[in-house]
Design a protein around this ligand. Structure first.
Ligand code: SF4
Ligand code: MG
Length: 319
């Protein structure tokens, strides 16, 4: 609820705070049990920061985070520990996030060492079971991460995330570093595991092609704010926000006859995302928006419910 994460910018000889990077700037949403919420936006839109704040890997500057009805936003490190095993994260780069000196079995069982009182042999047995569940071979358990391909390494990360049987998993661009041919395999695995373990996912991606298959609802982020949030069907068939339309127009979609609104209007994104240290006044998308008008310069659009469950933040819809 109303989550903000601002990072101070230090400057001058005294290294005083001279401004803030507003990485997440007043974001509110909920995720239902068992669903997958996709979060999409270009790099620099604040998606990863939002994910880390939700798990309290970073502290929010303002706002509150509720997990299973409990406000976890102000819990101390020690108080948050019991909730840790319920909330996990899979990172984008499995090479950077896996300790290269640990074997697969050690990597997968490590969270159990921290989170449970299981014995060494119990931990090892669970790890081997999980290694097989993510499609790796038990006999490879003593190998090291560099002996595996990118896709296999991401399977190791997934096994590590799921070994404590979490309820909620944040997937931070888990397939972005993988070859396209491998992406689908890992996405299918994640879908299967979601069903098997009753998982709720927050799935972060930088374009709309990856989240299409896995998401139930999708939130589109731009410069630290959610500009549109709705179910998958509405977003792909009837995107309302000009930024969503541009994102959709930029990915190849197999045409099923009905041309999407984005295709009809052919909005193309030009230029880069502005710096979150110095966002434009009013609507932060206005410097790249073909529909920008006077009001967009001075007034920031708030998320409004245009149709049931379909929220958009744009002055084209809040007259
Ligand atoms: Fe474009 Fe204005 Fe809508 Fe922002 S509020 S997306 S600038 S039309
Ligand atoms: Mg990121």
């Amino acid at each position: 609820k109303n989550v903000k994460k601002y990072f101070p910018i230090k400057g001058g000889v005294l290294k005083r705070t001279i401004g803030h990077v507003k990485a997440v700037d007043d974001v509110s949403f909920s995720i239902n049990k068992g669903e997958t919420l996709g979060i999409v936006g270009e790099s620099g839109s604040g998606k990863s920061t939002l994910g880390r704040v939700m798990l309290r890997l970073l502290d929010p500057t303002e706002g509150s985070i509720h997990f299973n009805g409990i406000d976890i936003s102000h819990l101390k490190r020690r108080e948050i520990r019991p909730h840790r095993r319920d909330m996990q994260i899979v990172f984008q780069d499995p090479f950077a996030s896996l300790n290269s000196k640990m074997s697969v079995a050690e990597l997968v069982e490590e969270p159990l060492l921290v989170q449970t009182k299981l014995t060494k042999s119990e931990r090892r047995a669970k790890a081997i079971e999980m290694i097989e569940q993510v499609g790796l071979r038990a006999k490879d358990r003593l190998k090291y991460p560099h002996e595996f391909s990118g896709g296999q390494r991401q399977r190791i990360s997934i096994a590590r995330a799921l070994i404590t049987r979490p309820k909620f998993v944040i997937c931070d661009e888990p397939v972005s570093a993988l070859d396209v041919s491998i992406q689908a395999q890992v996405l299918n695995l994640m879908k299967d595991l979601q069903e098997e373990f009753n998982l709720t996912y927050l799935f972060i991606a930088h374009d709309l092609s990856v989240v299409k298959h896995i998401s139930d609802r999708i939130a589109v982020m731009y410069l630290g704010r959610i500009v549109e949030i709705t179910n998958k069907k509405d977003l792909y068939e009837e995107p309302l926000h000009p930024y969503s339309q541009a994102l959709l127009a930029s990915i190849p979609i197999i045409d099923t006859g009905e041309a999407t609104k984005a295709k009809k209007e052919k909005i193309t994104l030009t230029g880069d995302i502005p710096s979150p240290a110095n966002p434009p006044s009013g609507c932060s998308f206005r410097t790249r928006c073909p529909f920008a008008h006077e009001r967009c310069k001075v007034e920031r659009p708030e998320l409004i419910e245009k149709e049931k469950g379909h929220f958009v933040a744009c002055h084209l819809y809040d007259k």
